[in-house]
Design a protein around this ligand. Sequence first.
Ligand code: ZN
Length: 131
Amino acid sequence: MPVSIQVTTRSRNQMKDITGDVQKAIAEAGASDGLCTIYVPHTTAGVTINEGADPAVCQDILDKLEDLVPPNAGYRHMEGNADSHVKASLMGSSASVMVENGRLVLGTWQKIFFCEFDGPRTRKVYVSVSG
Ligand code: ZN
């Protein structure tokens, strides 16, 4: 059964470290070993795992996504946020991380990032551990 995490973002494009929130959700669910799915139920936000030690990495990712998918570049989608949808698909809507003894099995520099592309907003992320 998934647990939901609330994520509040403060700008249109933002990568927010949610590793601690995911770890807390796993602890609250009492999960010990299995595969954790982190799922974002939104069409203009995503999730990715990358380096959390140097914040410049996230800024580089956001800057490069902006270069690749600029806003207002002749899109067909009339809502005005086509770039947000494209960026969300590039990042993906879910990530999977192994869980061992109740702890996320992440590499030394890895963190789980909620990727906002049409903020600021209050968003939801589902966390579920199976196996
Ligand atoms: Zn839209």
